[in-house]
Design a protein around this ligand. Sequence first.
Ligand SMILES: Nc1ncnc2c1ncn2[C@@H]1O[C@H](COP(=O)(O)OP(=O)(O)OP(=O)(O)O)[C@@H](O)[C@H]1O
Ligand SMILES: [Mg+2]
Length: 357
Amino acid sequence: MSLRPTYRAIGIDLGTSTIKLSCAGNLKKIPSIVGTPLQGWSGFSGDKSLEKNLVISDGEKSLYVGELARLQSEIKRAIASEGKVKSIEDAILAIKAVLALITKKDHDQIIMATGVPVASSKKEMTKLAKGLKGNLDLRIENEATGEKFHRKLTIKNCIVMPEPFGTYYHTLKTEGESRAVDAIVIDVGHGSTDILTLYEGRIMRQASGSLEEATDTLTHRIAQELQNQTGKIIRPFDLMTALSQQKDILTIQGEKWDIASMKEYHIEIIADVILDEVNRLIGTLPPDAIIEKVILCGGGMHIFGGRLRAGFEQAGLADHPEMLAMPEDPVMSNARGFEMFARTFVNGLGVDGYNEL
Ligand SMILES: Nc1ncnc2c1ncn2[C@@H]1O[C@H](COP(=O)(O)OP(=O)(O)OP(=O)(O)O)[C@@H](O)[C@H]1O
Ligand SMILES: [Mg+2]
């Protein structure tokens, strides 16, 4: 048996609603939640896949991760919220758990690029990179089947960057652009909108930032308005599915409600807040800087995309249609881009390392 290491390039995007992972055509998306195990309960899941029944142990205690935590944990914690990674320890555990989903054997050598919300501090980013680098001993359990896995991996390199950089890199690569294009990337996610400006290949911190206004803002506003009109309690979370499926007619305790016009109204207000902030951030760039591309991504683009495009055209930021770019899958594009970025480091390993991807 050969113990020659296999180098794997992996891209991860740590979002407030889901963690996305991309590795050699394997795409994974799990809720960004960890939670305490439920004592005395196990094996009741209809879906027995590891992805839906993920438990990680750090040797002392166990933690539910992703869908299992979302559905079963009494006490659960979001890994990221208000545009920041909340607990580095939780983030490290969740990333380890998601790595277990795609590694099939011991002794894999991993080069990983991870995206975190733009508002995360340099200190937090360094802490995350340090916490992941080195030899990992993964102890994983499938809660539904009781199967236990023990896997040893080495994270040879871990690059932590602001989330939207993944989509920037993905866009340049898929368009065959070899030069660093001056661009602004707008990532409308669940809990925050992240804006990243790149000028002469460098991230411009002054002209980058994040906003609380995102998809979750829309669900909260519609829930509040429906509650005022119907007198019934509506949870913002329950509106998410209706929004994702573009459903405008809702049944609230037997009564039908059409949310089309209130949705349009709030989409317009939220999109305008995002456009204002983009304009303000661009205003901080040196006068000689010209933005060549406006790149749109994040799940929120399915909702706010049309309005934002129109706004950029009106503001003269996208005079030509080709100046506006949006990847085919705007939800996974950060993770895919980070995988491509990580792969450049794998190639850099030269003859020593071979790459099976
Ligand atoms: N096809 C779709 N149509 C409408 N809404 C969608 C669609 N796909 C995803 N969304 C919405 O987009 C949001 C998730 O987007 P995304 O995965 O980019 O967020 P995130 O990365 O988890 O959060 P953040 O970037 O704020 O940390 C959810 O609110 C979801 O309801
Ligand atoms: Mg995101």
